[in-house]
Design a protein around this ligand. Structure first.
Ligand code: ADP
Ligand code: MG
Length: 365
């Protein structure tokens, strides 16, 4: 097990104005690390926020992926746990960034391509395992199974003290095509509801979890890496969404879990950061399902990245400022590297499959 301090990276991305939006210049990037935004309380003043990287509306999916995300995916081949989550109000571009569409592949399909394209070179042992679940009103539901409205699945800890959702289905995957089929079906099960802000507003946090075993340098070592790609529910102030009672209840659960996430981050920043699990017990991970699941991603044994999505324009200014303040706290969080490995057993050795031509077949490079 290796260990050294490791900051949570925070990236910020401004989406372009959409067709029916009034274009203004209330927000822009300044250089590649700073966001400049008009103060919503005093339009004559500007606020500056600095992150690890900032992207303006012209940035492509590739501009986000290759310089920043690719490394995190690479480290999963060496037994790391990596987590990327998108945070922001509904309509700010979270799903576009993490998932994308057929013409603008987001992080999920790119990461999966990278995994299958590098499989042999990085000694991946196939099949890899995929789970996909959502947290909706503080319940965890499996997106790989038909929808049920029961109490949801419990969250537990494994022998490495990594949290996991008990009873989740795991799909075994050996190709990108298999992944695409499973993912597309599952993504349709996500709970979405129409609100004033976005006709397809996501009311749940969605977590795609990929587990990858690979052979280590020495003969009998197996790395067990894990990649979590998370599309958080909208962080907006629910008073704006003009919701009915059911929607308000959902909003309360969403705001509560993101509020706890903020508290966890604050606790970590206030000096509670430590490599000891004893100290971690003072951080309120257990106060929401999301933070319990993200325990290893925030101050734990994982590399993590928060991508803050921002909608441009005056109408979003207040939310934008809140989002940027929230993200600024997250930037101070320190993680440690932890590599999970175990001794190889016989079941590992005969399951390797080839995916050699994958990269060229899919135009990935
Ligand atoms: P969220 O998931 O945060 O609610 P979406 O990802 O659904 O937001 O984005 C809202 C709308 O803006 C969608 O129509 C999406 O295609 C578009 N969009 C978001 N980000 C970008 C971008 N960087 N470039 C082009 N269109 C974008
Ligand atoms: Mg969305």
């Amino acid at each position: 097990m290796t260990s050294h301090p490791n900051k949570v990276q925070v990236l910020c991305r401004i989406r372009p104005f959409l067709k029916d939006e009034t274009v203004d210049n209330t927000i822009s990037t300044e250089g590649d690390k700073t966001i400049k935004v008009q103060n919503h309380r005093d339009p004559t003043k500007e606020l500056h926020y600095t992150f690890d990287a900032c992207f303006d509306s012209k940035a492509s999916q590739k501009n986000v992926y290759f310089p920043y995300v690719k490394n995190l995916v690479d480290s999963v081949f060496e037994g790391q746990s990596s987590t990327i989550f998108c945070y922001g109000v509904t309509g700010a571009g979270k799903t576009f960034t993490i998932q994308g569409d057929d013409l603008h592949l987001g992080i999920i399909p790119r990461a999966m391509m990278q995994i299958f394209a590098n499989g042999n070179a990085r000694n991946i042992i196939y099949p890899i395992k995929m789970s996909y679940y959502e947290v909706f009103k503080e319940n965890v539901y499996d997106l790989l199974r038909e929808r049920d409205s029961g109490p949801g699945l419990p969250i537990r800890e494994d022998s490495n003290r990594r949290t996991f959702v008990a009873g989740l289905k795991e799909e075994l995957l050996t190709s990108f095509e298999e992944f695409k089929k499973v993912f597309n079906t599952a993504a349709k099960r996500r709970r979405t509801a129409s609100t004033r802000l976005n006709a397809n507003s996501s009311r749940s946090h969605a977590v795609l979890m990929i587990k990858i075993c690979s052979k280590g340098n020495s003969d009998n070592i197996i790395y067990e890496g894990q990649l979590n790609l998370i599309d958080l529910a909208g962080s907006e102030d629910n008073r704006k969404t003009d919701n009915n009672r059911e929607r308000m209840k959902e909003s309360t659960a969403i705001n509560q879990s993101l509020f706890v996430l903020g508290k966890v981050i604050e606790a970590l920043n206030s000096g509670a950061v430590s490599f000891s699990y004893f100290v971690k017990s003072r951080i309120p991970y257990r106060d929401s399902k999301m933070t319990r699941i993200l325990q290893d991603s925030l101050g734990g044994g994982s590399k993590s990245m928060m991508i803050v999505n921002i909608a441009p324009g005056e109408s979003f200014l207040q939310d934008t400022q809140k989002t940027l303040n929230y993200a600024t706290k997250a930037r101070e969080v320190v993680n440690k590297d932890r590599v999970f490995e175990r001794v190889m057993h016989s079941a590992d050795s005969n399951s390797r499959k080839r995916s050699a031509d994958f990269a060229s077949n899919n135009g990935y490079n």
